[in-house]
Design a protein around this ligand. Sequence first.
Ligand code: MCA
Ligand code: AMP
Length: 501
Amino acid sequence: MSSLFPALSAGPGAGADRPALRFGDRALTYGELAAVTGSLAERIRGAGRVAVWATPALETAVGVVAALEAGVAAVPLNPKSGEKELAHILSDSAPSLVLAAPGEELPPALAALPRIDVDAGERAAAADGPASRPADEIDDEAPAFVVYTSGTTGPPKGAVLPRRAVAATLDALEDAWQWTGDDVLVHGLPLFHVHGLILGILGPLRRGGSVRHLGRFSTEGVARELNSGATMLFGVPTMYHRIAEVLPAEPELAKGLAQARLLVSGSAALPVHDHERIAAATGRRVIERYGMTETLMLCSSRWTPPDPRPSVRADGEPRAGTVGVPLPGVELRLVDEDGATVEAYDGASVGEIQVRGPNLFTEYLNRPDATAAAFAEGGWFRTGDMAVRDPDRYVRIVGRKATDLIKSGGYKIGAGEIENALLEHPGVREAAVTGEPDEDLGERIVAWIVPAAPDSPPSSDELADHVARRLAPHKRPRIVRYLDALPRNDMGKIMKRALHA
Ligand code: MCA
Ligand code: AMP
């Protein structure tokens, strides 16, 4: 395949001084990015898989682009990963080296790996340095990424994403959103997941446009960038919720959102209330798109220029409560509990979303069992999401098959991995984990604990710290409830639904 980033291989002169990346006051043009990624790509070519210590910094973007230009698969690591999670990811993905920003302190688990400090060069890099070599010789099916994603039980699985899937999904979004090289994206998403990294960094670079990363999400940062040239905003619903909350008091934010070309929400359902509050305060409707680590992007509303006449509904307008229509190239079907395909577009007949298309992953690394279980006959990937379809093809997600998957702040979290971590605490005899509705996070993690010593149970802070240290801070329980015993059925299985009764 040709390079994933045509603008990088265009060579000196051809738009080399256009802005590519900006993180705070550090920025790279296309010429500079080509120079720094070109020399790093030379150093890591043939390295197998490389881990990337994915801080929200310029070096992460440079490291990942260099890996892609070298045809080497990148394994983005959450820099807040706890010991147990990090050890699992490293032993499972077996990277040959780790890329990190200079001066960044790495945990002991990474000490055994050769480290390359990523030189982001900044403005000092020679704009007419070696252009990044187009990756003509690299197979479309070669892995671009291994991204770790939680299942209901056990440790996270590494979804192997081929280069073809990255290209297919970004090009489908180009079509749906009329995304061009003139767009300037702003976001503050983490860079170790598909949303922030593949859509939020690689998306603009594939179009030859630019991205301004906030380092950390803030409504002030969003307002500042949208009022100074940014045209698009990406975020998870928690971020849009926080925007909706402060809009009445932040006129600059309302002004920025009102003039943005595109506001996009994804990773979890955007509550209708937040959607409506933003629309009322800014006159802009947030576009929802739906995807998964394993499938990249599946559905979105299509962007059309806003129609100044309020009575005229533009074709494909974003509609609260739906995730739009399947993207170009994505085949989508609904399958009911009996395994029959749901043919109706009636807004009522529910089925599991199953998908096919060039945007799909190839496998879970080292997990042929899980890979086989994830696909139905005919190569249809089972998403586990339940949906209905409206008469005009809009997909409406109504639930999830597995109750043991929690979406909190846009992060997917498996109840099983948290239960296992809690059970490793000496003060815990039994543990069950559930998600319950949360205005800000969508769902919050609740731990139900039977303490080993009922008179001196571990405190909720202690248990939260324990999970944060073992797994990751976003996986920590926000609430701990203590019980004498967990409700179980005759087979001894924990009845989680009874916990919330
Ligand atoms: C608090 N903290 C702790 C503890 N308590 N650290 C260690 N131990 C503790 N006990 C720290 C946290 O690390 C964090 O540090 C700070 O306190 C606040 O934590 P928290 O409350 O968890 O964060 P938040 O501010 O509420 O985060 C909200 C958020 C975040 C910014 C919306 O949830 C987020 O970035 N979500 C994005 C998820 C995402 O990108 N998902 C994409 C995957 P510090 O302040 O230093 O950070 S889904 C995907 O990719 C698919 C394909 C798709 O469709 O998009
Ligand atoms: P992840 O595995 O972290 O990539 O999360 C993928 C899951 O996030 C999907 O299976 C959905 O359950 C959920 N998701 C992503 N986008 C949306 C959306 N716009 N609306 C509802 N759920 C979503």
